[in-house]
Design a protein around this ligand. Structure first.
Ligand SMILES: [Zn+2]
Length: 547
């Protein structure tokens, strides 16, 4: 069990080797702080599950050494696990006003109202937690109040970038200037722990201001309804959509709960001051098509989001038709291509035109491309580069880039690796428990545990069971079969009849006192018959009732 001594340790519990679920621990003089507590979305290997959460076993066991959770910003991959897991840590969660507002709203809507103490920290403020002195440093990102952290410790100064980009026209907030970042570099930085997401992009991410102009060009002069879909958390983009509505004489209608929430929190934090008054969907549909602009959730093809329901003609109020336009002001997150494709096809088959970032400059990323990474290393000039927020390929490329820029040392972490940054670092010391949990229904279970293993087996193999009653070693009545998800189709009756005869034969020829042995014989027999009929190996169960 790692207890930080007279040293500075780094231990990621999520986000190293994956894009999502960021959780980073820093340790010093017996204490830990946690930076971010994010979640990620399930892939098809976790059927029936939407949310994946980090396994915090290590820090839960060291709870008395944890001083607080410090959130850099409000995207789900940085705060999404907090409502589920932060309560158990029994420490305050620190965040800037917008992020804190989002977290409080989430806690309220999930029914965790008082479980977590959320402490608001002003933008640019400093926070002291034991041996750590933490200063929020605003950087542009695709959500208001993206922050890097300057973390001062007795063993050196860290620059934890959070998620960031350079944007000379960010439309929201005032990101730190090159001069301010250079001053941090001048004070001497031991390690830069930073975002690797877009290290393969040769171009800089681009500005929200460019998107605003491009989107206006696309919408101007259109005759039909226009719907823009984007990530709800990108309040600057929502502001742009409001601006485009104003400039093109359209009324704005917001569709989707997560957008409502962001707008509410953003307004409460002093953003979105110029958003036009919103109209409701009924009113929007009663207006001439050229007078309405929708902004809707669901840009990743999420089945329950507003856009998917509109495209499937299942939305209660909103219909699109020939001559209307849908703008995807978003990037396709890898893994969502199929779902987004289904959405595009549903829309175009109704005569709706679809424009994506490939056809017009209607989206920019929130993460730094290579030129931005180069600039940041030039300003911060750390002794050590610690790439995080990426798959292994992104982090390795990030380390190579940092070394090529003259950073003396780099180390690529993995979730669970304890890395000593100082003194005598960087050096991997050992491994601690790290892993994934899933929210399955309302229950949190391990991603590689029995529930998920069984779920996959059920899904891929199907299920077969037989129930029989025995009285003094003889069958009472007929065995009853149940079949789920086996491709028997029209062979089902034949299959059941044959299996029944086999069960009867086994009961008659076996020692009925040995119920366990009998049960296993029957199980093997019906499973093997299922294999003969279908080529599948279903989960097979035998229930014997002794009367
Ligand atoms: Zn992120």
């Amino acid at each position: 069990m790692t207890i930080p001594g007279d040293e500075l340790l780094f231990l990621p519990l999520g986000g190293s080797g994956e894009i999502g679920m960021n959780v980073n621990l820093f340790g010093c003089q017996g204490k830990w702080i946690m930076v971010d507590l994010g979640m990620t979305f399930a892939d098809p290997s976790l059927p029936g599950v939407e949310l994946v959460l980090p396994d915090l076993t290590f820090i839960e066991r060291n709870r008395d050494r944890l001083l607080g959770v410090v959130l850099t910003h409000g995207r789900e991959d940085h705060l999404g696990a907090a409502p589920y897991l932060a309560g158990d840590l029994k420490v305050p969660v620190y965040a800037t006003p917008f992020t804190a507002g989002l977290l409080r709203e989430k806690l309220k809507s999930d029914g965790f109202d008082d479980a977590i103490k959320v402490k608001t920290v002003s933008m640019g403020a400093t926070l002291e937690l034991g041996p750590f002195k933490i200063r929020y440093v605003h950087l542009a990102h695709s959500i208001p109040e993206g922050n890097a952290l300057v973390i001062e410790t007795p063993y050196g100064r860290l620059f934890h970038t959070g998620d960031w980009k350079l944007d000379d026209e960010p439309l929201m907030g005032k990101p730190s200037t090159p001069e301010q970042l250079t001053a941090i570099g001048d004070s001497g930085v031991l390690a830069l722990v930073g975002d690797s997401t877009n290290v393969f992009n040769r171009e800089a991410s681009g500005s929200e201001g460019e998107v605003r102009r491009a989107m206006l060009e696309v919408v101007k002069g259109r005759k039909g309804r226009v719907l823009v879909t984007t990530f709800a958390s990108n309040a600057a983009r929502v502001d742009t959509i409001g601006h485009v509505a104003n400039e093109t004489g359209r009324q704005l209608c917001v569709v989707g709960r997560s957008l409502d929430r962001i707008i509410r929190v953003a307004k409460a934090s002093g953003y979105l001051k110029h958003l036009p008054p919103l109209i409701d969907p009924d009113e929007a549909m009663s207006l001439p098509p050229q007078s309405v602009l929708f902004v809707a959730t669901g840009c990743q093809g999420e089945a329950r989001a507003a856009l998917a329901r509109i495209a499937a003609k299942e939305h209660n109020e909103i219909r699109l038709s020939k001559g209307d336009l849908v703008i995807f002001s978003s990037k396709q997150i890898p893994g969502n291509e199929l779902a987004v494709g289904v959405l595009h096809n549903a829309l175009v088959s109704q005569g709706v035109e679809v424009i994506t970032e490939k056809g017009a400059h209607v989206h920019v990323s929130g993460h730094p491309g290579r030129p931005e990474l180069e600039a940041m290393y030039g300003w911060i000039r750390p002794q050590i580069a610690v790439p995080v927020h990426g798959e292994m390929r992104h982090m390795t490329e990030h380390a190579t880039l940092a070394l090529s820029l003259g950073v003396p040392d780099a180390i690529v972490p993995t979730n669970g690796a304890v890395i000593r940054l100082a003194p005598d670092g960087p050096k991997k010391l050992r491994e601690e428990t790290a892993g994934r949990l899933v929210l399955d229904g309302d229950v949190i279970v391990p991603a590689d545990g029995l529930t998920m293993v069984q779920r996959r087996r059920l899904l891929f193999n199907g299920y077969l069971s037989v129930s029989l009653a025995l009285q003094r070693g003889k069958l009472l009545g007929e065995p009853v079969f149940a079949v789920q998800g086996l491709p028997l189709e029209e062979d089902l009756d034949d299959f059941v009849a044959k299996a029944k005869r086999e069960v009867v034969r086994i009961v008659e020829t076996s020692n009925a006192k040995d119920v366990a042995g009998l049960s296993e014989k029957i199980r093997i027999a019906i499973r093997s018959q299922a294999r003969d009929y279908t080529g599948k190996r279903p989960i097979a169960e035998v229930h014997i009732i002794k009367v």
